[in-house]
Design a binder for this molecule. Structure first.
Ligand code: FES
Length: 130
C-alpha cells in the first residue's frame, strides 16, 4: 500500500515537473510580436515635398525625399519625447536633439537615429508598420 502511494507521488511530481518544463520552454520559444505590426492605417493623401504628414497620436511622420516616401517613428531616441517636424528637420522639444529628414542624428544628446518604419500605399491607404 505504501509502495503504491510513493509511486503515485513520484508520478505526480514527475508530471508536474514535465508540465512546468513544457510551459517554460513554450514561453521561452514563443514568437515575439512581429516587428511588422500595423501601426497606422489611414486614407492616403499626398505627402508634401517640404514638411511631412504627421500623425501625432501614432507618433509617425511620412516624409518625402524626392520620389521616395519613408515613415519615421517620432519617438526621440534620447528619452522618448515626441519629436516635432519642421520643413527641414525634426527637432526634439525636450533636450534639443535634431534629426535630418531621414531620421539621422544632426545634434545630440540623442545618439541613435529615429526608427524607420515600413510604409506602403495599399488600396488608397497609407499602411505603416514596424
Ligand atoms: S528626449 Fe529628445 S533630446 Fe532628450
Amino acid at each position: 500500500m505504501e509502495k503504491s502511494g510513493r509511486k503515485r507521488r513520484n508520478f505526480i511530481a514527475t508530471l508536474i515537473l514535465a508540465l512546468s518544463g513544457i510551459w517554460f520552454f513554450g514561453a521561452f520559444f514563443r514568437p515575439r510580436l512581429p516587428s511588422g505590426k500595423v501601426r497606422l492605417d489611414v486614407s492616403s493623401r499626398p505627402v508634401p515635398a517640404e514638411g511631412a504628414l504627421v500623425f501625432r497620436q501614432a507618433r509617425v511622420a511620412l516624409v518625402r525625399e524626392g520620389e521616395e516616401i519613408h515613415a519615421l517613428d517620432l519617438t526621440c531616441t534620447h528619452l522618448g519625447c515626441t519629436v516635432a517636424v519642421t520643413s527641414s528637420e525634426l527637432v526634439c522639444p525636450c533636450h534639443g536633439s535634431r534629426f535630418d529628414r531621414r531620421g539621422n542624428v544632426l545634434q545630440g544628446p540623442a545618439k541613435q537615429p529615429l526608427r524607420r518604419l515600413t510604409v506602403e500605399e495599399r488600396d488608397g491607404r497609407w499602411v505603416v508598420a514596424g
